[in-house]
Design a protein around this ligand. Structure first.
Ligand code: SF4
Length: 422
């Protein structure tokens, strides 16, 4: 029996799911992240090793484990000397092992609506299967995803642990920023209450120092990705860079890995052999599926339409200022393009089309994600106004049950023809 089948058998052990040892999930994370996994670049390898070490601490030092959401201000968690772990990433890990559909079937049996994003349903089911350590607390935000309020509350209830929620306002004005800054300050005070420990002097400065180094390297990476010849395939860039946002912002690992990535891309930009030939340059919006599929392979390797940049890694933030910590963290959150009206997102997309010399835009419309799909018509019109072909590719990020290779191939080949003819 292969590794995947063995893990699958353990997780599907019946009739008592409580027998499942949570080490099984760590083994999956290990297999997904360590050098034994399918690696693309040296930087990706480094990221995987840091990711695995982080997951180990999270699983083995449960007293300091925190469940967090993507774009939550995890700098605060690091400052309080705890380990944040992005729950959404578990959807990707489960999909990678072809297990997400089993967790989703479990949720369907329990009458959870299939309208709710499968990423959330997967990690709720994983929690219900006792595959996670009991966290100290949970930290999520409305930034980018309003589903967090429900799913994190439910997981928090399951473990009987507090859920700290940060409501990011719609606007960006002074009032909005101070409302958010107050919440961030209160969050830190709540963490002190929960842990019984005061925030150490200098701890926030240190977390900001690492976050600033990470953001600065990510800004340079975003610049390097403008290279006429892509330096990295989108298949790698979309997910690996996102891990830096979701797991490591505010930690030494974040700074080390982001700088390593930047240096590797810099070297590739200087060596003729390190570049990729692209017939067309693609801007990818939202994420890509995590289960075994050939979408990126067909698009990038067969058709030569390389994803030079993706929406989730395009955010550029100002430096965090330790002199005014809550205000500067609040500014970072309110200027995110997924905050406020869709025009913010559209503006960023239009600017990126120009800056990255984009030939075509693909929007992966994940079923159940209102944030990304709700705006697709407006985005399509804005992109097409610029004379750039747009493909709305719908599907699921983690549930492979409706995936059909042939359908995606036909749509991608048709899209390539449109780009070549335009
Ligand atoms: S895909 Fe959409 S709904 Fe699902 S976790 Fe991401 S932002 Fe939230």
């Amino acid at each position: 029996m292969g590794f995947k089948q063995r893990i699958k058998a353990i997780l599907q052990e019946k009739p008592c799911p409580k027998k499942i040892h949570r080490g099984a999930l760590l083994a999956m994370v290990q297999k997904s992240l360590t050098p034994a996994s399918r690696l693309h670049s040296r930087a990706h390898k480094k990221l995987s090793v840091h990711g695995y070490n982080h997951a180990q601490k999270f699983f083995r030092d449960a007293g300091r484990s925190v469940f967090s959401s993507l774009f939550a201000p995890i700098e605060i968690v690091y400052a309080h000397n705890h380990y944040p772990f992005m729950l959404e990433s578990l959807g990707g890990v489960a999909a990678n092992f072809d297990l997400a559909s089993d967790f989703l079937t479990d949720m369907e049996r329990r009458w959870y609506t299939t309208d709710f994003c499968s990423v959330h349903r997967t990690f709720i089911s994983i929690a219900h299967h006792n595959l996670l350590p009991t966290p100290r607390f949970l930290l999520s935000t409305s930034l980018a995803c309003d589903g967090n309020l429900k799913s994190f509350a439910e997981v928090g209830q399951f473990f009987g642990r507090p859920h700290l929620y940060i409501n990011v306002p719609f606007g960006r004005d002074r009032e909005a920023r101070s409302y958010l800054a107050r919440q961030l300050k209160d969050t830190s005070a709540r963490i002190e209450e929960i842990t019984g420990k005061r925030l150490r002097a200098g701890a926030l400065e240190q977390a900001f120092h690492y976050a600033n180094r990470t953001s600065s390297a990510l800004r340079e990476i975003a610049e390097l990705r403008k290279n006429p010849n892509p330096l990295i395939y989108g298949e790698e860039g979309i997910t690996s860079l996102l891990l830096l946002w979701g797991l490591f912002m505010g930690s030494r690992s974040g700074a080390v890995v982001a700088e390593f990535y930047r240096d590797e891309l810099l070297k590739r930009s200087e060596a003729p052999s390190g570049k990729i030939d692209a017939r067309k340059r693609i801007l990818w919006l939202h994420l890509r599926p995590f289960y075994a599929n050939s979408i990126m392979h067909i698009l990038e390797r067969e058709l030569g339409a390389v994803v030079v940049v993706d929406e989730c890694n395009l955010e550029v933030f100002p430096e965090l200022d330790p002199g005014r910590p809550w205000e500067s963290l609040a500014e970072k959150m309110v200027i995110h393009s997924w905050t406020g009206p869709v025009e913010n997102r559209v503006r960023k997309i239009r600017r990126s089309i120009e800056e990255y010399h984009i030939d075509g835009v693909v929007h992966f419309s994940h079923w159940g994600c209102r944030q990304s799909n709700g705006a697709v018509r407006i985005i399509r019109d804005a992109v097409q106004e610029l004379g750039i072909p747009f493909l709305d590719l719908d599907g699921d990020l983690v549930d492979s049950r409706n995936y059909a290779d042939g359908q995606y191939r036909t749509r991608l080949e048709g899209f390539m023809e449109v780009m070549e003819g335009s």
